[in-house]
Design a protein around this ligand. Sequence first.
Ligand code: COA
Length: 364
Amino acid sequence: MADVNPGLEGVLAAETTISLVDGSAGRLLYRGYEIGDLASHGTFDSVTALLLEGEWPAAPASLPPAALDEPVLAALHGLPPAAAPLDALRSGVSAWGAARGLDRPPTPDEARELIALAPAIVGGFARLRNGDDPVDPAGADGLGVAGRLLHAITGEVPEASRERALDAYFVCCAEHGLNASTFTARVVTSTQSDLASAVCGAIGALKGPLHGGAPSGVRDQLTQIGSVEHAERWIREALGRGERLMGFGHRIYRTTDPRAEALRRVAEGLAGDEAWLKLAIDVEDVALRLLAEHKPNRVLKTNVEYYASVVLDGVGLPPDLYTPAFAVARTAGWCAHVLEQAEHGRLIRPDAAYVGPAMRPLPL
Ligand code: COA
């Protein structure tokens, strides 16, 4: 039997026209367009149209606001206030799928509906857990999906600069090839299951700290380091204990993650906590130097989560909503892959090398 490859690196499991993740050049293209250009000049709603439909929309796209209907509200009400918000998103998506009676194959209309609903679910749960009612999405008229997430959480129309910063973050996180959560969505779709089931599986995969759970880890790390004078000692000790620095390293990129560069520019343009941004920039320099010393044979550079944490903090999101915000953005990429898999894919079913006991009699 061939060698086992438990991380599936280098295995080509699909053909895709959605995005190119070029790890050695540090380049990310959505349908041929560079992520830096999309983050600077596009909007998340237009990027969603691009991902789902394949072409840049002729006029700026806008997804209609979605309200929480009864089954989704009931699912959110049924959760303890201390539930993880990502679990609430998964539960809301599941309730939506069950009530919506999704058909096969998944459609772009279902995808648009779900992407528009996702911020309402996250914001709705964020309010319910504090004893507040979900807001009426009609008050968010004119806002894109990212702005509507802020509105759904706070009940207020966000400042334009914050909306723009979160929108750019959403653009950067909308899609990223066959990462673990997207692969999960494609595996579920390959069985001819429905869109909500695929996205629920993807949310589960995103929950782990090695995938989507890192930005609040970056924040905790910066809080513990506290000032650049402490950075070297703190980082050396963490690496000495065999810990990983959050916000660094990537399975694909062997240079700086292009999304980290785009988000650093967004963070620098966001009027917020200057001292916190400076701490992040200074600690990044120390971390890169020490990681190069620690793993001379492995290129460990800044990844998307590092400046994501600064942007998300700057727009006022509480840390436990960082990964749910990421999930709202990534729903666009998941849906694009679900549609592509449903159209062209084959049942995904790898093999395992059996290394258990040889055949033996049952000890009766
Ligand atoms: N800090 C310290 N060491 C790191 C590291 C980090 N952030 N990332 C990787 N390494 C080390 C590993 O410990 C490993 O060392 P070893 O060979 O002695 O065991 C080596 O580099 C190779 O790592 P590997 O596990 O093969 O990398 P991967 O491709 O599986 O992992 C990540 C990619 C993203 C999971 C990994 O870099 C990581 O855990 N980063 C921190 C979490 C994070 O920022 N996640 C967000 C991803 S966008």
